[in-house]
Design a protein around this ligand. Sequence first.
Ligand SMILES: Cc1cc2nc3c(=O)[nH]c(=O)nc-3n(C[C@H](O)[C@H](O)[C@H](O)COP(=O)(O)OP(=O)(O)OC[C@H]3O[C@@H](n4cnc5c(N)ncnc54)[C@H](O)[C@@H]3O)c2cc1C
Length: 279
Amino acid sequence: MNQHFSFEFFPPKTDIGAEKLRDVYRKLAALKPEYFSVTYGAGGSTRERSLGTVMEIQQKSGCSAAPHLSCIGDSRAELAELLDIYKANGIRHIVALRGDLPSGMGASRGELPFASDLVGFIRETTGSHFHIEVAAYPECHPQSMNLDADIRHFIQKVKAGANSAITQYFFSADSYFHFVERVRAAGVDVPIIPGIMPITNFANLVRFSDACGAEIPRWVRKQVASYADDTASIQKFGEEVVTGLCEKLLEGGAPGLHFYTMNQAEPTLALWRNLGLAG
Ligand SMILES: Cc1cc2nc3c(=O)[nH]c(=O)nc-3n(C[C@H](O)[C@H](O)[C@H](O)COP(=O)(O)OP(=O)(O)OC[C@H]3O[C@@H](n4cnc5c(N)ncnc54)[C@H](O)[C@@H]3O)c2cc1C
């Protein structure tokens, strides 16, 4: 089976961050991923920086760039303009999302309120040019009533034209396998790639997880708490936990892994080495 490995970056805010990212993508390019994806701030809040990072990666990294695009708060015209630029520059892969509006940007959802609307819009305006990834939530999207509703909405994105999916990160392999089973039972067979979050800065991880609804198991929290400020032990333990998760996922048939690198090479490289992946 052809496995899919990809790495996600966010657009750096400063020149120093941009230089650091260059070093990171050079190191990770050696692993020959399918693509490097670049996040996009909802409502166009990182539009220029995301575009600049995507172009640099596409032209200089030796790997394909896959821009994220979110629809909430953006107009059709703004999205069409970006799609035109990406198409003209040889981009073939898009990660299509609804996004979450940053606080202070008002409550308007814009012309395309859900990711399925964005997927439909991309197909309508660019046909089959792009391979479209969408988000999936094995532990249920935090705004969903329940998993049934969330799976229905996920399937709507596939019916609108998505080719494959990347999941929100999670630490329970069972939630992933259960989600995939439910989607397959509904007759939908697109690849669903687990999103993997290396455990590095635990305070940040807790903050992200509370916001995005990813559950950190109690035993992980307790063990990390016992290390107090011992960062090296937290990172070593985190690496063991996430390596074990990746092994379970790949052994259980996951079609690849998408790493949330947080613009750092080493935590992802360590997982890659532990998993004995080629590169
Ligand atoms: C791999 C990945 C990458 C991400 N990258 C970014 C990024 O670059 N920028 C960013 O801002 N955010 C990003 N996010 C976060 C994402 O934008 C948020 O999780 C957001 O809250 C939901 O986006 P979505 O595309 O899943 O939305 P949707 O699929 O539209 O779902 C959002 C919510 O609405 C519900 N819903 C969907 N359709 C309907 C409908 N027709 N009627 C009623 N309810 C409906 C869903 O069940 C869900 O609860 C990413 C998430 C993942 C997993």
